[in-house]
Design a protein around this ligand. Structure first.
Ligand code: NDP
Ligand code: GDR
Length: 329
């Protein structure tokens, strides 16, 4: 069998790290696009956390730089390309709408062009998002639910989503789009609400902090585990035909419920520690999201394996361990 070689953009992020691990375990030769940073000691901290930093070949590049993407594509000659790179923090997208558009939106056109020019037979995965549903048009969202983006991030993702579909239909690329609902893990960025909560719960338990300031506690999300979700990405690229899939657990929970579970796990009461601070509210909110993963189950044989309770406990325990061992993550 020909060597299976994957190129992952966003390899230093949460999903990039879990996907690298998954593909290495499958026997892939894994390459990643690395955005240059002056802080060299932290760039591959997630890959190090999973013990795979020396097994992934990194290539300097940026999603906004087409010529560099073409050179990387020529050097790697991938059989599969996973486009996970993005300015992915929704709240920052109001502060940096043009950058978000350039990376999260136009960046998708850049990588699709690089694939089309250099390796049109490679299979392509685009990291689309449940944020595209925004002001939800149906109580439970599926592949046929109309989109209503509510942030510069979501609008940029919608552009990338439709470009992926257009490159499939116009040029015959094997290009699939995963409409993934929120997925978390111990490797989640600290600015996202779940990890912000589990890190704070760990600090409060260890006597390093007393309060946790949050925004909208009533927002509801469908939270799964990133480790489960990267498998769905891979499954999409193993199908004969490319397509779009919702990936979700089908369970909706509020930020308050997530918080309650995290504090209870260490024997604390959230009401003794959580304060609401308006600086964490957004110019417009996505109040609730919950996905219908029936298509992914029927066609990919994929289901979420980790419950919300298991996810919360793993994240809190990992943050306690990290703080006690003074690890960087
Ligand atoms: P992260 O924020 O953890 O990772 C984003 C990655 O993109 C990082 O590796 C980052 O590099 C890289 N990146 C940012 N800008 C550029 C750029 N200009 N050029 C090259 N690389 C860049 O995101 P996640 O791992 O959580 O998510 C992966 C993808 O899935 C993203 O596209 C996200 O929008 C999407 N998504 C995520 C969901 C989730 O719940 N996690 C749900 C639905 C979609 P650096 O390390 O240098 O910052
Ligand atoms: P989200 O994730 O915007 O859904 O995007 P985030 O964890 O940032 O917010 C989830 C919900 O929690 C509310 N919230 C807070 N959020 C943050 N970050 N900090 C707080 O203090 C806080 N308090 C309440 C938010 O208002 C929101 O309703 C994530 C990203 O990974 C995207 O890239 C991805 O596309 C979507 O998930 C699906």
């Amino acid at each position: 069998m020909a060597e299976r070689r994957a190129l992952i953009t966003g390899v230093t992020g949460q999903d990039g790290a879990y996907l690298s691990k998954f593909l290495l375990d499958q026997g892939y030769d894994v390459h990643g696009l690395l955005r240059r940073s002056a802080s060299a000691d932290v760039i591959d901290s997630r890959l190090k956390w999973l013990g795979i930093a020396d097994k992934v070949t990194l290539h300097d590049g940026n999603l906004t730089d087409l010529s560099g993407l073409i050179r990387t594509m020529e050097a790697v000659a991938p059989s599969e390309v996973y486009n996970l790179a993005a300015q992915s923090f929704v709240k920052s997208s109001w502060q940096q709408p043009l950058l978000t558009g350039a990376v999260t939106g136009l960046g998708v056109a850049n990588i699709l062009e690089a694939v089309r020019i250099v390796c049109p037979t490679a299979r392509f995965y685009q990291a689309s998002s449940s944020e595209m549903f925004g002001l939800v048009q149906a109580p439970v969202q599926s592949e046929t639910t109309p989109f209503y983006p509510r942030s510069p991030y979501a609008a940029a993702k919608l552009y990338g989503h439709w470009m992926t579909i257009n490159y499939r239909e116009s040029f015959g690329l094997h290009a699939s789009s995963g409409i993934l609902f929120n997925h978390e893990s111990p490797l989640r960025g600290i600015e996202f609400v779940t990890r912000k909560i589990t890190d704070a719960v760990a600090r409060i338990k260890l006597g390093m902090q007393t309060t946790l300031a949050l925004g909208n506690l009533n927002a509801k999300r469908d939270w799964g585990h990133a480790r489960d979700y990267v498998k769905a990405m891979w499954l999409m690229l193993q199908q004969d035909d490319s397509d779009d899939y919702v990936v979700a657990t089908g369970r909706r929970a509020s930020v308050r419920e997530f918080c309650t579970l995290a504090f209870e796990h260490v024997g604390l009461n959230m009401d003794d520690h959580v304060v609401v601070d308006s600086q964490y509210f957004r110019p417009s909110e996505v109040e609730q999201l919950v996905g219908d993963p029936s298509k992914a189950k029927a066609k990919l044989g994929w289901t979420a394996e980790t419950s919300l309770e298991e996810l919360v406990c793993e994240m809190v325990d990992s943050d306690i361990e990290r703080l006690q061992s003074h690890s960087r993550l």
